[in-house]
Design a protein. Structure first.
Ligand code: SAH
Ligand code: SF4
Ligand code: F3S
Length: 444
């Protein structure tokens, strides 16, 4: 047993999805409340928290190489804590394989991080991967400061059990945070400077709750309540599952002016046999009908998706159906991945695992289409006037960077400040961003 002096500085590094980013912020707030100071320079930190992702193999391997890289020249290491989904899935393996790790804490237990760090300082090695679900949020400090855009986790976990996916195992069963807590946290974020809030969940549109008075509501009802916060200008949500896209949420895209015209709705594959083997509860056709209904409510909505290429048994013809659904759906952007067998998931044991070269080739073809469509979407925005929420300075002097309602990055040069909502005429489009001219307001 080796004791240490208590850490004074810390560094949290988050991998993976936006929910991990949110968790990383909350862990930083907890450690700050304990009197520690955040540092951007990982080498100088007394405590390093690696907030990990387990979704694909590479993500897991990265954790071990990161742990190795934390060793200093004199052979010492900072106090290392491994949090997140790899901690949940492989806690004991991490402890066995990486003796320098002193704390392993799962995504539902990180409210206990300060006590665990204290126990590690006293010489222990601590593991906590219980899933008490709601206990965590109640134990976290109130939110105080925020940039112009903020994340707010409203729902956690997943009951869908897609056959390739580890999330139901690492994050546990679906839970929805209570309505009143969410309204309070959103208000605190807005008071702290947020103008835009992105509501997060592994299945964010599966959120359910009770409005004051007890009426059962879904995500549309929550967004309606949050829209009443005066200084909150924009509401987004991610990630949605097609099965939970109800009529009220579709209607909200027509009726709630603060709900941004953007929908991330993963389809994964365009082939019904593959979708069935993935245990997705939709077909290619039902997905396309669903986005038709969303577009009827909000014609300018920007659609985003996720794709997996090389799922076990995927034939060339089945892959061609995925290319076809991309053409039919018309995405503004999308994420695409090579299938990665995950330990303990049904798909990892399926016949017909696809060779890496085949996956590489399919991924390249798929990404060509997505890039083509993304550029086309951005080009079609040229000539539009839109509101941009200013997030930060651009690379060039005098330049600012923000997001359009359709989640495009927009550069412009003019007077502005972070957090401003400015009117911009979009004049030029590239694959990843647009440039525009700020509309000069006539003097009042
Ligand atoms: N809950 C969300 C997404 C969670 S994971 C949803 O269902 O849409 C984010 C994305 O990672 C998934 O949409 C999927 O495209 C991808 N993914 C998940 N497991 C994977 C695996 N084993 N191999 C490759 N990609 C995977
Ligand atoms: Fe994973 Fe499917 Fe759940 Fe999404 S819906 S988190 S892909 S199991
Ligand atoms: Fe990764 Fe866990 Fe998110 S596996 S994608 S960090 S839910």
């Amino acid at each position: 047993m080796s004791t240490r002096t208590p850490p004074r500085t810390f560094h949290v590094k988050s991998f993976g999805c936006q929910m991990n980013v949110y968790d990383g912020e909350r862990m930083a707030e907890l450690l700050t409340a304990e009197g520690m100071t955040a540092t951007d320079v990982r080498e100088n930190a007394d405590l390093v928290v690696l907030n990990t992702c387990h979704i694909r193999e590479k993500a897991t391997e990265k954790v071990y190489s990161d742990i190795g890289r934390l060793r200093r020249e004199d052979g010492t290491t900072p106090l290392i804590a491994v949090a997140g989904c790899v901690a949940q899935a492989e806690g004991p393996e991490i402890m066995a394989r990486a003796p320098s790790v002193r704390v392993v804490v799962g995504p539902q237990a990180y409210h206990r991080l300060p006590q665990m760090v204290a126990a590690a300082v006293a010489g222990g090695r601590e593991t906590e991967t219980d899933m008490p679900a709601e206990a965590k949020f109640a134990a976290l400090p109130k939110r105080r400061k925020s940039g112009p855009t903020a994340f707010l986790t409203i729902q956690e976990g997943c009951n869908k059990f897609c056959t390739y996916c580890v999330v139901p195992y690492t994050r546990g069963a679906e839970i929805s945070r209570p309505f009143a807590d969410l309204v309070d946290e959103a208000q605190a974020l807005v008071d702290g400077g947020a103008r835009e809030i992105t509501l997060l969940g592994q299945n964010v549109n599966a959120w359910t709750g009770a409005a004051p008075g007890g009426r059962a509501i879904g995500l549309a009802g929550l967004a309606e309540a949050l829209a009443r916060i005066p200084d909150l200008a924009r509401i987004r949500y991610t990630t949605s599952h097609p099965a939970d896209m109800d009529d009220a949420l579709i209607a909200a895209h027509a009726d709630n002016p603060k709900l941004m015209p953007f929908l991330h709705l993963p389809v994964q594959s365009g082939n019904d046999r593959v979708l069935k083997a993935m245990n997705r509860s939709h077909s290619a056709e039902s997905y396309l009908r669903l986005i038709e209904r969303v577009r009827a409510a909000r014609p300018d909505i920007a659609l985003s998706g996720d794709f997996i290429v090389g799922f076990p048994g995927e034939t060339e013809a089945e892959f061609a159906d995925t290319l076809a659904i991309i053409d039919a759906a018309g995405y503004a952007q999308a994420f695409s991945f090579k299938y990665s067998p995950r330990p303990g998931t049904p798909a990892a044991a399926m016949d017909g695992q696809i060779a890496p070269e085949v996956m590489d080739e399919r991924l390249a073809r798929l990404q060509d289409r997505i890039n083509r469509d993304q550029l086309a979407f951005n080009r079609a925005s040229v000539g539009r006037r839109c509101t941009v929420l200013v997030e930060r300075r651009g690379r060039q002097p005098g330049q600012w960077l923000g997001k359009s309602p359709w989640l495009q990055s927009v550069h412009f040069s003019d007077e502005a400040a972070i957090g401003d909502l400015v009117e911009v005429d979009l004049i030029e489009a590239g694959p990843n961003s647009l440039s525009g001219r700020r509309v000069v307001q006539p003097a009042a």
